[in-house]
Ligand binder design. Structure first.
Ligand SMILES: C[S@@+](CC[C@H](N)C(=O)[O-])C[C@H]1O[C@@H](n2cnc3c(N)ncnc32)[C@H](O)[C@@H]1O
Length: 309
């Protein structure tokens, strides 16, 4: 298991607490409990009468969350599950609805920094990229088996990388000489396709950033999972319940934005955030992960509880 890093700081802690406003005795579902940073704040706010349900697909992170949440005043239920099944988890625990539902999408810094997980192009490791190690398919399988046109589409749709065709072509050329099995090799192939030297590039973004994002999204079906979560959320939120999502790229944020707007038009939600909340310069300075974070919050119409504009 990865060592818990004391430097881990949850993203946008102030806005998350202000806008989701967990209150004593409420039921909170943190469906990406991660290292338990946000969950600890929720748990303290809901107190001894509250129930805190935490889910994560990553067994290591869940174990860290378990130890960090031990001794919290509320009832804590943690499950190694994908949030697409959060409704089943609630049913199994006889929870009929939630007052706060929260998702902080993507990966944690520990996952990114662990070379063995294969998420980072900066650290040599196997091309794995599974958030849930119970999954069968890894990035190495996709990179080495997909047809060129499929690879190009995957890269384009999951990252909007405009040179997706060129990159897919290069991947197919290189793999004819031997399988691409490591993160650094894939990064080298991408740089080769784009004709750039990552060290001399002026842009702060490494040329392989988007391609790695694209494969990670595909391995974990991240957009499909978010779509399912958005659908189920509307059903499982109690009247007055608050739903917050932190997204880290425009594909995710776009899905959340459209879903909240549609449900607002249907009279299901009201928008607590008209625009996404982003980190202030002080937070961006100390927590680089916060720089691309966008928080949106909606409130299930009905009931007296929760936040009003
Ligand atoms: C950004 S971290 C969450 C950090 C957490 N909010 C904290 O303060 O420690 C995202 C977490 O969500 C998990 N995750 C991503 N997709 C998931 C899914 N579909 N279902 C459950 N967990 C997921 C990842 O394994 C990771 O631990």
């Amino acid at each position: 298991m990865s060592e818990y890093d004391e430097r881990h700081i949850p993203v946008l802690p102030g806005p998350v607490m202000d806008l989701l406003a967990p209150a004593p005795g409420e039921v909170v579902a943190d469906v990406t409990v991660g290292l338990g940073g946000h969950a600890r704040m929720f748990a303290e706010a809901i107190g001894p009468e509250g129930v805190m349900i935490g889910l994560d697909v990553d067994a290591d992170n869940l174990a860290t969350a378990r130890s960090r949440l031990s001794g919290m005043p509320c009832k804590v239920l943690l499950e190694h599950e994908n949030f697409i099944d959060f409704d089943d988890v609630l049913s199994e625990h006889d929870v009929a609805g939630v007052d706060v539902l929260f998702a902080d999408l993507g990966i944690s810094s520990l996952q990114l920094d662990d070379a063995d997980r294969g998420f980072s192009f900066r650290r040599e490791g196997p091309l794995d990229m599974r958030l849930d190690r119970r999954l069968g398919r890894q990035a190495v399988d996709i990179v080495n088996s997909m047809r060129e046109d499929e690879l190009s589409d995957l890269i384009y749709f999951n990252s909007q990388e405009r040179f997706s065709r060129r990159i897919a072509k290069r991947i197919c050329q290189v793999r004819r000489e031997g399988r691409i099995t490591t993160t650094t090799k894939l990064a080298e192939v991408v740089c080769g396709a784009l004709g750039v030297n990552p060290d001399s590039r002026k842009s702060k973004i490494h040329p392989a950033t988007r391609v790695f994002q694209a494969f990670r999204i595909a391995v974990n079906d991240e957009l499909g999972a978010l779509g399912t979560l958005l659908q189920k959320a509307a059903v499982w939120l109690n009247p007055g319940g608050r739903f917050g999502v932190i997204a880290f790229h425009s594909l995710e944020d776009g899905l959340v934005k459209r879903d909240f707007r549609e449900r607002k038009n249907e009279g299901v939600y009201e928008l607590v955030t008209k625009r996404p909340v982003i980190a202030q310069p002080e937070e961006r300075e100390v927590n680089p992960r916060s720089r691309s974070a966008k928080l949106r919050v909606a409130r299930r119409i009905g009931g007296e509880g929760g936040l009003m504009d």
